[in-house]
Design a protein around this ligand. Structure first.
Ligand code: PMP
Length: 404
């Protein structure tokens, strides 16, 4: 059982008023709020050990290097990666997917196929389009049904020996659907394809076990797991990280440089060119510590309660339609009000202190599939409450009355 009152006290931002009303923050799928320990760790880093890492002999540089590499080990433990050098620090999910897709752009050839799904974020579509354009490979899409679930029989049919990469999201940011990624990974491996899992929406709710999943790549963003923006992680299996070419050239990623030829550093440095976001990496470790202390089982159970309560309460509103009714769902509710544009609802509920997201959520193909311009999305975190859901319901009713 979570002590929500105590947890909320860890998040200073939640105590404020917005537009004269107590803030109800339901835009957690876009970015999570930060606990005080995370804020304090940022200040502490800059006030005590700020220095460039890996190449300094002086004490601060060594302290900063140790803290950065310790954070990498924390992420390794968190994801159950076999080696710490399989954990690359990135600027976020988008960066991680681009790194992998760009590498495949030079490994793929005409006739090869890349499989993504109908519910991908643009970040897991566009980089693969680049890779296919560059290599002549073909991009194929696993379709979904009206509930927003992948049609696994169609996935089976799409898998062939030509499939070289399968890139799917663990959880949909627009619908909340939890995909059967273990089954997807197992089946993809049978045809010899590499599998990338976009964990941007899963990692705030689920602790991924990359060895158990047996995925080849798993990416996520620090800012969605209570860490700083501009941080993220790309887990890659050693064999794949060795096969992929470097993404960016520069300092740190080299072994030797002459004007004729450059050789590359070993993992993980081969993919970490330039001075990284040192404070960011260290503090991402602090954020994961915080979440692990709260406990992912507790988080999942409580958020499921919020999902059920929110679904029930919102469904009571006449003319409200929930988009995304998968059996396996996380605490994201996308919905529309009949005859009303989602944006207008977003503006009115904001005036009442409620922060929701409206629009296509960087998933335009999902909106096209459902034939809608966008949705209103309320996404709940473990620091939210049922009382806040009641505030949302009243705010949506008010918006409906004003706009009808
Ligand atoms: N994939 C999914 C499923 C997401 O929800 C997001 C963020 N909305 C991204 C990728 C991109 O993450 P970022 O903007 O942090 O790189």
């Amino acid at each position: 059982m979570l002590d929500i009152k105590a947890i909320r006290q860890d998040f200073p931002i939640l105590t404020q008023t917005v537009n004269g009303k107590p803030l109800v923050y339901f835009d957690n799928a876009a970015t999570a709020q930060k606990p005080r320990v995370v804020e304090e760790a940022i200040v502490k880093y800059y006030e005590t050990i700020n220095a460039n890492i890996h190449r300094g002999v002086h004490t601060l540089s060594q302290l900063a290097t140790d803290a950065y590499e310790e954070a990498r080990k924390k992420v390794q433990t968190h994801m159950n990666a076999k080696h710490d050098y399989e954990v690359l620090f990135t600027a976020g999910t988008t960066f991680g997917i681009n790194l992998v897709a760009s590498g495949f752009g030079s490994l793929l050839k005409a006739g090869d196929e890349v499989l993504i799904s109908a519910m991908e974020h643009h970040s897991n579509i566009v980089p693969w389009q680049f890779a296919c354009e560059r290599s002549g490979a073909t991009l194929k899409v696993i379709p979904m049904n009206q509930n927003g679930e992948l049609i696994m029989e169609e996935f089976d049919k799409l898998l062939t020996p030509n499939t070289k990469v399968v890139a799917v999201t663990h959880i949909s940011n627009a619908l909340g659907t939890i995909n059967p990624i273990k089954e997807i990974i197992e089946k993809a491996h049978k045809v010899g394809a590499a599998v990338l899992i976009d964990g941007a929406q899963a990692t705030p709710h689920i602790k991924p076990d990359v060895q158990d999943l047996d995925c080849d790549f798993y990416v996520f963003s620090g800012h969605k797991v209570c860490g700083p923006t501009g941080t993220g992680v790309l887990y890659g299996k050693e064999e794949w990280l060795n096969k992929l070419p470097p993404y960016q050239g520069g300092g740190e990623m080299i072994k030797t440089v002459t004007f004729e030829k450059t050789t590359y550093a070993c993992l993980p440095h081969k993919f970490e060119a330039g001075t990284p976001n040192i404070a960011g990496g260290i503090v991402l470790g602090v954020a994961l510590d915080y979440l692990n202390e709260v406990g992912f089982d507790n988080i999942a159970a409580y958020e499921h309660e919020l999902l059920e309560y929110g679904t029930k309460r919102l469904s009571e509103i006449e003319g409200l339609k929930i988009i995304g009714t998968a059996k396996e769902k996380t605490s994201v509710i996308s919905f529309n009000l009949e005859g009303i544009h989602p944006y207008d609802v977003g503006v009115i509920v904001d005036k009442l202190g409620v922060a929701v997201r409206t629009g296509h959520h960087c998933t335009q193909p999902i909106m096209d599939f459902f034939g809608i311009p966008g949705t209103i999305r309320a996404s709940f975190s473990f620091y939210n409450t049922k009382e806040e859901i009641d505030v949302l319901v009243e705010a949506v009713k008010k918006a409906q009355m004003m706009l009808a």
